[in-house]
Design a protein around this ligand. Structure first.
Ligand code: ZN
Length: 173
């Protein structure tokens, strides 16, 4: 009887040891959960600077993008950089942001006649939200403005003939 009791106790102890080992195995799972949580926090994108926009114009009569994005109701800081070499008399670039629904081509036709005001026509000022200076190669200009209403605002370079190539949309969300 004594021997049998000892054996059964040994078996029981052995079983307990296995069970406790089994419990230990769950520990690494908890650790990996913690790691996952840490990783999720790390995934959050680094905040890009809101409403700071850069657009370039070149000697091939092109902007480097036809879409800009900004947030409504907060100041927008926009820089136009002429990365070419040709002077503004021959390859001038500006960036004119127009009210929603403005016909870019019709505006540009009026602008053609407004050389004295760097191709910003006085008669169409109501359609202009903001505009940069007219730039030649190597020059840049930064403007600040705010758009309160969400929408899609067309932009162009109003230098004669450029609207065909140099136009896009500023999306305000
Ligand atoms: Zn231009």
């Amino acid at each position: 009887m004594n021997t049998k009791t000892k054996i059964s106790l040994l078996i029981l102890m052995g079983f307990l040891t296995i069970t406790s080992c089994g419990k230990k195995e769950t520990a690494p799972v908890e650790e990996s959960t913690e790691i996952n949580e840490t990783a999720t926090e790390g995934v959050q994108p680094a905040a890009t600077v809101e409403n700071v926009l850069l657009i370039e114009g070149n000697d091939q009569m092109q902007f480097n993008t036809n879409e800009l994005k900004a947030v409504a109701g907060k100041p927008i800081k926009l820089t136009l950089k002429h990365v070419g070499k040709i002077p503004k008399e021959a390859m001038g670039h500006n960036l004119v942001i127009l009210q929603e629904g403005t016909d870019q081509s019709a505006f540009a036709l009026k602008a053609n006649e407004a050389k004295a005001t760097d191709y910003i026509p006085e008669s169409e000022k109501a359609s202009v939200i903001a505009h940069t200076k007219l730039l030649g190669g190597g020059e840049e200009d930064t403007i600040e403005f705010t758009i309160d209403k969400k929408g899609s605002y067309p932009f162009i370079c109003s230098f004669p003939g450029h609207v065909a190539m140099m136009k896009g949309v500023l999306i305000v969300e």
